[in-house]
Design a protein around this ligand. Structure first.
Ligand SMILES: [Zn+2]
Length: 101
């Protein structure tokens, strides 16, 4: 687990809920109605703000790939790079070599 920045203790209520204290909500940048993710990391539970932004550029995300959010432009960029790398590998596999001047 990363270094603890803020800590607090809460009791789980009769219907398995906990409340987030205001200082934690402010730290996360969330309020009533915001979505948060609960992640089990080893033996710890991490609560983090549900992001809806592209992991590469920070714009509004429109796609999710392997639990990572991307916008269309960044996903297109990745796809183009992937195709270029894939074609290079296929060329090498087929015995083609780059020509030097
Ligand atoms: Zn993006």
């Amino acid at each position: 687990m990363s270094e603890v920045q803020i800590g607090t203790t809460r009791k789980i209520d009769a219907v398995s809920r906990i409340t987030l204290p205001n200082h934690i909500k402010e730290f996360l940048g969330v309020d009533v109605g915001y979505k948060v993710e609960l992640l089990v990391v080893g033996k710890d539970v991490v609560i983090r703000r549900k992001s809806s932004y592209c992991s590469m550029c920070g714009k509004k995300a429109t796609h999710i790939l392997r639990d990572t959010l991307f916008c269309t432009a960044c996903l297109d960029f990745i796809s183009e790079k992937y195709e270029a790398i894939k074609n290079t590998k296929e060329d090498s596999f087929n015995g083609k070599q780059q020509e030097d001047d």
